[in-house]
Ligand binder design. Sequence first.
Ligand code: GDP
Ligand code: IMO
Ligand code: MG
Length: 438
Amino acid sequence: MSLSIKNADEIIKKLGQVIYVAGTQWGDEGKGKLVDILSSQYDITARSAGGANAGHTICVNRNGKTEKFVFHLIPSGILHEGKMCVIGNGTVIHIPTLFEEIESLKEQGIEVNDKLMISDRAHLIFNYHKLIDGIQEERKGDQKVGTTKRGIGPAYCDKASRIGLRVGDLDDFNRFAAQLRENAERHMKAYHFEFDIESEINYYRDVAELIAPYVFNTTAFINKAYHEGKTILIEGAQGAHLDLDLGTYPYVTSSNTTSAGACTGLGLAPTRVNSVVGIVKAYTTRVGDGPFPTELADMEGEMLREQGGEYGATTGRPRRCGWFDATVVNNAIDINGVNSICLTKLDVLTGFQTIKIGTHYELDGEKISYIPANLTDFQRVKVVYEEMPGWTEDLTQTESFDALPEKCRNYVLRLEELSGVPINFIGVGVHRNQIIYR
Ligand code: GDP
Ligand code: IMO
Ligand code: MG
C-alpha cells in the first residue's frame, strides 16, 4: 500500500501511461468526476463498453459559475482542450442520442468536432431495440431487471447473434438498409410490435454523411498512439457488479464492465494497461432491481439518498442506498486488478451518529468472502457489520487528508485496511476541485 499521489502532476508518473477507471459497486460511484480530473493529464480518454445507459456527472466552474454536465456516451474528458476522446468498438450507439448530446454540449459552449472519434466497429442501437427493451421488461413482470430502457441489451443481443449493424456498415448503405429491414421484421414478429421501418431507414440515409467525419478505425488509432508514447485513460461505465459475466446476473447490464472488457472494448491488450483506479463510493447505491445485502430501507437510507442527491443521472430514478459493503468492493478489486482507489462522496456521511461497514458475509453460519453466483444464496447471506463513530464536521472545503476530522480519517483508514489498496483520491463534494490527493 505504498502508492501515494500528492497532486495532479504526479498522476501519470505514479499510475502509468494507460489506466482504466472502474466502477466497483453497482455504478454511479462518481467515475465521471475523477475521469474529468485525470483527463486533464491524459492525451486520450476512451469509452470501451455500454452506451447511453451511463450517466456521468461533472461540475466545473465556467464563466464564473458552476456548470453541470451529464455525459451518457461522450467520454468525460471532452471538456479539456487539446485532448482526444474515443468511443470504442465495445460500445453500443444510438445515433440520435449521440447527436442530442453533441448539440447539448454545443449549447453549453463545448465543440466536439475535432476531438471525438467513433469506432467503425461499434454496434448501432435502433429505435426498435429500445421498444424491445421495454417489452422484455414488461414480459418479465416482477422479475424485471429495471433497465434504463436505452435498448442496450437488445442491441448487444443482435451483436452476439451476428446480425447486428455497425457504425462502419453505413458506408454500404444498400446492404445496411437490407439488413436493417430484415432485423426489424424479425423482431416485430417475435415481439409483436408495430414499427415504421422505412422512416428508420430514411433517418440513417440522412445521417450517414453527418456521422462519417467522426468514424475511424479507433483500434488502430489507439495502438499507434500507444506506440508513440501517448497517454490513455479508459473511462469505465456501470460497475463491477453489473458485469454480464461477473455481476449479479440476471440483474446486470449486457456488457463486460470490468478491466478485461475495457481491453476488448478498445482492442488494447491487457499487458498495456498499467493501472486500474477503482472508484468506490463511501457507502453503497444501486438503481434498478436485484440483490443488495447492505440496503437500508429506513430513515438512514433516506438520509443517504437526500444528502447524497442519489437520483439516477440517466433516468432520474431514486437510487437504493445502503452501508459500505467490503465484500462487494473487494470482489471488484480482484476482478479488475484495482491498484489505486478513489473514495467518493465521503462528505455525504457527515451527520451520521454511527456509520456501519459490512465487513464480510456469513452463509449457513460460515464466513464467506465471495459473492454467490446463485442469487437465492446471495439473498440469504447475513452481512456482518462493524460500527464506527460518525462525525459532524462539514468536509466540503477540506483540502488534505490530515485536515479531515479524526473520526473521518479513521473511517477512511478502516476502508483502506479492509481493501488492501491505497486510497489515493478522496471526493468531498461534487465539484472538480473537491478532491483530496493522498
Ligand atoms: P458515475 O456514473 O460513476 O459517473 O456517477 P454519477 O454521475 O451517476 O453519480 C455520482 C453523483 O455524485 C453525481 O451527482 C456527482 O456529481 C456526485 N459526486 C461525485 N463525487 C462526489 C463527491 O465526492 N461528493 C459529493 N457530494 N458528490 C459527488
Ligand atoms: P453509470 O456509468 C447505474 C443498471 C440499470 C439496470 C441494469 C441494466 O452511470 O455508472 P441496462 O439499461 O444497462 O440494460 O440496465 O444496469 N445500470 C446502471 N446503474 N449506473 C449506470 O451507469 C448504469 N447502467 C446501467 O439500472 O439495473
Ligand atoms: Mg452514473
